[in-house]
Design a protein. Structure first.
Length: 368
């Protein structure tokens, strides 16, 4: 009887452990909606923030000697970076590290520099950032490294800096090629295209535009990119105005590209207001939550992105590895990230995976 009871208890314990391990990862395709950056309490971090412009969050109080990993997004309060924050928090919980998410409510290289300086003074173990303007942040990357802090980029790179490595959502060339191929198909391979971007100094946005243009020249000779417009801080209001001006200046325009996720609503609304849905193709790098209403209304057919939750998770995982002096493998299988993460040692790039095409068939599969 005792043997039977012991066996029964063992089975129950095994089942409970299995259930626990399966419940350990949340996210996958769907990222937890959780607390957004805008809702996080500034007092939960020791960072010295510029008054009224930044907010921060960390995983818990009283973390003592835990490894401290910080991430500075381009701006807070938009679904994309909130998803990265959620993924980062989950990784911090799983890995037993402290996560500081600190950013400005406006896309500002000057604010990023102030935050970096504050984090250097705190003596965190690792700093990651989505670079807005490498000429501004490069000196502070070096300053942090001289203080013994691991510094790496995530989401947007500074390849001309001394950063330790780059956590990439997908290869820049693949992102440009994928978007141009989707747009080329929608336009039937011909017509005029206007581009509306974010800050003119944003490294990632400019790189994607270069690859979009390269793909257009290689494969779509009958498509002409007629103009590129920029917006301050990726403002949706400015994007709307720029898109309207492009359609006025080029009445035969057949395509509009919103490069920054935050510019998509403005560009899509401009096409909607002009009654040109279906006549002017709209595409961009936008989160599912951002593009969903426009896909459902027929203004957009597709968006190109990646799983921002997974990128946030990977960013914190990589920071812990770096802070502990561990090397990446050529292929890394990371719990809570479905596909293997690859390491390009020559270029120092940790690659999440391939671009994701969002359309009417999968837009409801995500929570960011």
């Amino acid at each position: 009887m005792k043997k039977k009871m012991s066996k029964y208890v063992a089975l129950l314990l095994a089942a409970a452990m299995t259930a626990g391990s399966l419940a350990g990862c949340s996210g996958g395709q769907s990222a937890p909606t959780g607390t957004t950056a805008a809702e996080a309490k500034a007092e939960d971090t020791k960072a010295e923030e510029p008054a009224g412009s930044t907010e921060a969050a960390k995983t818990e109080e009283g973390t003592g000697d835990k490894v401290k990993i910080a991430f500075i997004p381009q701006l807070i309060g938009i679904p994309y970076f909130s998803a990265m924050e959620s993924g980062g928090k989950k990784a911090a919980e799983d890995l037993g590290v402290e996560f500081l998410y600190t950013g400005s409510t406006q896309a500002s290289a000057a604010e990023q520099v102030k935050i970096m300086d504050s984090l250097i003074k705190q003596g965190v173990n690792a700093i990651s950032l989505s670079v807005l303007d490498s000429s501004s942040t490069n000196p502070y990357i070096k300053k942090a490294q001289e203080a013994g802090i691991k510094v790496y980029t995530s989401d947007s790179d500074a390849p001309d800096s001394t950063r330790d490595f780059y956590v990439a959502q997908a290869l820049d060339k693949d992102l440009g090629t994928t978007l141009m191929d989707c747009l080329g198909e929608q336009m039937g391979g011909s017509g005029k295209v206007g581009i509306v971007s974010g800050e003119s100094t944003a490294t990632n946005l400019n790189t994607w535009i270069d690859y979009i243009k390269q793909r257009q020249e290689e494969k779509y000779p009958d498509i002409e990119i007629v103009d590129i417009r920029y917006t301050q801080g990726g403002s949706s209001e400015q994007a709307l105005k720029q898109a309207q001006e492009l359609m006025t200046r080029y009445p035969d325009l057949k395509g509009l590209v919103a490069v920054a996720s935050s510019t998509i609503p403005g560009v899509a609304q401009a096409v909607q207001q002009e009654g040109k849905a279906g006549e002017v193709a709209v595409i961009g790098y936008g989160s599912p939550a951002t593009v969903k209403p426009f896909i459902e209304s027929g203004v957009m057919k597709q968006s190109v992105l990646w799983n921002a939750y997974d990128l946030g998770y990977l960013t914190v995982w990589a920071g812990k590895m770096a802070a502990e002096g561990k090397e990446f493998e050529a292929t890394n299988q990371i719990e809570c990230i479905a596909d293997p993460v690859t390491w390009d040692a020559e270029n120092k790039i940790l690659l999440l995976g391939q671009p994701l095409i969002i359309d009417k068939d999968n837009v409801n599969d995500f929570d960011f």
